[in-house]
Design a protein around this ligand. Sequence first.
Ligand SMILES: Nc1ncnc2c1ncn2[C@@H]1O[C@H](COP(=O)(O)OP(=O)(O)OP(=O)(O)O)[C@@H](O)[C@H]1O
Ligand SMILES: [Mg+2]
Length: 241
Amino acid sequence: MLLSVENLIVKYGNIQALHGVSFHVNEGEIVTLIGANGAGKTTSLHSITRLPPPEAPRVVSGDIKFKGDSILKTQPSSLVKDLQVALVPEGRHIFGNLSVMENLILATYSRDKDIDFSNEYKRIFDLFPRLEERKNQRSESLSGGEQQMLAVGRALMTGCTFLLLDEPSMGLAPVLKYELFRTLKRLNEEGMTILLIEQNASLALNLANRGYVLDTGEVAAEGTSEELLNNPEVKKAYLGG
Ligand SMILES: Nc1ncnc2c1ncn2[C@@H]1O[C@H](COP(=O)(O)OP(=O)(O)OP(=O)(O)O)[C@@H](O)[C@H]1O
Ligand SMILES: [Mg+2]
């Protein structure tokens, strides 16, 4: 098992956001966490990556393990550098005043300076040809969809083997959504493990091997994607009937 989240209870100040959440991700899998606004999806991800305060959720009890070892005390930077985990955050958070290429270069910051990254940039541009066409453009001038591609490309340039994505399809036109999801499938076929957070349950379950439904800070249902797609309650609440 690559990642296991065990009975996680998480608070922001006095507000309890997670009430004992458990889920796991095996190497090579695509696992999705779905659920409505405020269900605790981003909190679950940020508990793993522990983005700096003030956003950082506080883990009150439970554990998060990577290959069997607790990472609750692991530095966020070490997660990227040593465990090869990268986050594509909700809302992209690219550096708008930098060019596409500069955003990609920045992501290699923690890596060995002797590495020749040219093949990796080539891989990103192969996955997202639009980024190559715009590589010298200031990234704030990219469309929302192109910014999302850059956010994924930037995460890949950290050299990650485990990708965490928080609502990557948010705000994208249907065509771009499908394109992005096809790219995620391709990355997974090349060996990338993926934990995907989505509000678009149907899209997510059609891509993922397994999923968990979060509801007000608890896991309300879990199973293979097929099981969840055929679960009457999941259908009613998240799949439009
Ligand atoms: N920084 C914060 N301070 C206080 N409460 C927070 C904070 N971030 C989230 N919460 C609360 O924690 C709960 C879970 O929020 P979270 O952001 O994890 O939901 P989500 O499933 O990602 O929702 P969305 O689909 O809207 O992104 C919500 O009740 C939210 O109001
Ligand atoms: Mg969220």
